[in-house]
Write a new protein. Structure first.
Length: 477
């Protein structure tokens, strides 16, 4: 489906150029020149993305942003602003804007990429909402059919769907299984998958030999690795009735006669075997208990799938797609929290504002593909330089910010000089090219009563002074 974009700007040159470009690459564009026209157009049509100038006749970009979010919260809003309007742009982010661009208009390809990221986040969010809605509908239908029998199952679904990290899912799962089924042992074994770690968790009946738990884990690991599993012939988004037909494999006598009846089932997420869920006791499960066990398998797989999707959405919202570093939005969130923490505990905090010197010349000479590789390789070097407790972000273009935790301004200046020397003395090797780089770095430290915006402004101003003083140097603000 073609994305519909609302474009509002009172500059004829900008709006004509952007309208022509966006239409040429396949978007459906509505262009207006004042705020009142923009609101009327937005009320008349549905738009996936709105690109708004901060200052227009009729209504400002901030006023339109508030109106748009009331009428259509899912619409992503991008703000145009100038350097002098950064405070307003930051306020727009607080009010729900997806991002902002500085005037004059940057490379059109950058705008295209920004729009595509906004649309991708919107698609992921919508897919997640639809999936949650489908799961809710399935739970409601199941409750109507077996209201009394499945009261506990509704608790299973509701509980696991609320868990937003792996430890919460595992703890809640084991609690629910332990309370629902009369078991001697229950455990979950997960593989390392989709940026989530391999994991084993177990619940053992009080009074049983402690040696049973490591043997139980070994048994689950052997079962997980024993067969090169193929995906089952049902779709993962099929109904719970079809999922309940998933085969369950029994094993007995594995943990001697203490727990002779063992049962386990594979966990599938996006057609991948990610782990197994197993349990055991002296007697085999009844048919009704088997059905409940299968429901646990379903809900656990769904919770893991939701968790993976949730992590993907968080990653898209907080990471720069080119370098993998945290983006500007995440930086402001993290900075605000860190400033509050530093005030509470009287801790020092410093910022390094870095700008790659003459990057436009490098791009013009070697091409944007090489330029992108330079930014990626430079990001790796910056990550190697800072501590794991520090935060490094791509602020935009060839600008980076490093937040140095528990670091004074004087110490930050020393670190900045070391970093400057390291970058300038180690040319990057891209393909068969050896490209020398230098950086201008501004340093600022947090003082009493200083707001986050002022701290960034001081570091930025210091970096600008370094640029004006000849580049490839460190200046302290």
């Amino acid at each position: 489906m073609t994305a519909h974009i609302l474009l509002a700007d009172d500059d004829p040159q900008i709006i004509n150029a952007l309208e022509e470009y966006l239409q040429a690459i396949g978007y459906e564009v509505r262009a207006v020149t004042d705020g009142n026209q923009a609101l009327a157009q937005f009320q008349a049509e549905k738009f996936q993305v709105a690109i708004l100038d901060l200052f227009m006749p009729g209504r400002s970009g901030l006023e339109l942003l508030s109106e748009f979010k009331k009428l259509s919260p899912e619409t992503e809003v991008i703000i145009f602003t100038g350097y002098a309007d950064l405070d307003s742009a930051i306020e727009a982010l607080r009010r729900g804007a997806y991002d902002y661009l500085l005037k004059p208009v940057p490379r059109l390809e950058s705008l295209h990429a920004l729009i595509e990221r906004a649309l991708e986040r919107q698609r992921l969010s919508q897919a997640n909402q639809e999936m949650v809605a489908e799961l809710t509908a399935a739970r409601e239908a199941l409750a109507q059919q077996r209201r009394l029998e499945l009261k506990r199952i509704r608790q299973i679904g509701e509980g696991l769907s609320k868990a937003l990290n792996l430890d919460q899912i595992i703890e809640l799962l084991l609690d629910l299984m332990w309370d629902t089924l009369s078991l001697s042992i229950v455990g979950l074994k997960l593989r390392d998958w989709d940026n989530l770690p391999d994991k084993f968790a177990c619940r053992l009946q009080e009074g049983l030999d402690g040696e049973i738990q490591p043997r139980f884990e070994l048994w689950m690991q052997e079962e997980l690795l024993a067969v090169d599993w193929e995906p089952l012939p049902w779709k993962e988004n099929s109904s719970s009735t079809k999922l309940a037909e998933q085969p369950i494999i029994f094993r007995s006598g594995i943990l001697d006669q203490t727990i002779p009846a063992l049962i386990w089932a594979p966990l599938w997420v996006n057609q991948k075997l990610v782990g197994i869920l197993g349990s055991g006791r002296k007697s085999i499960l009844t048919p009704e208990e088997e059905e409940i066990f299968k429901i646990f398998v379903l809900q656990t797989a769904t919770a893991l799938k939701n968790l993976a999707l949730f992590e993907q959405v968080k990653n898209l919202a907080s990471k720069d797609s080119l370098t993998g570093l945290y983006n500007r939005r995440y930086f402001w969130q993290a900075l605000s929290k860190e400033v509050m923490r530093c005030r509470r505990y009287s801790c020092p905090l410093a910022l390094l504002f870095l700008d790659l010197d003459n990057f436009k010349t490098i791009n013009d000479r070697y091409g944007h593909t090489v330029g992108d590789k330079i930014l990626q390789e430079l990001s790796v070097r910056l990550q190697d330089f800072v501590r794991s407790t520090d935060l490094i972000c791509r602020y935009g273009g060839e600008e980076f910010i490093i937040m140095l935790i528990q670091t004074s301004k004087d110490k930050a200046a020393i670190l900045a000089e070391r970093l400057r020397q390291k970058i300038s003395q180690s040319p990057l090797k891209i393909n068969d090219l050896e490209i020398p780089l230098t950086m201008s770095i501004g340093v600022a430290g947090l003082t009493d009563q200083m707001e986050p915006e002022e701290l960034v402004k001081r570091a930025d101003s210091a970096m600008y002074c370094a640029k004006q003083s000849g580049r490839n140097r460190v200046m302290v603000g």
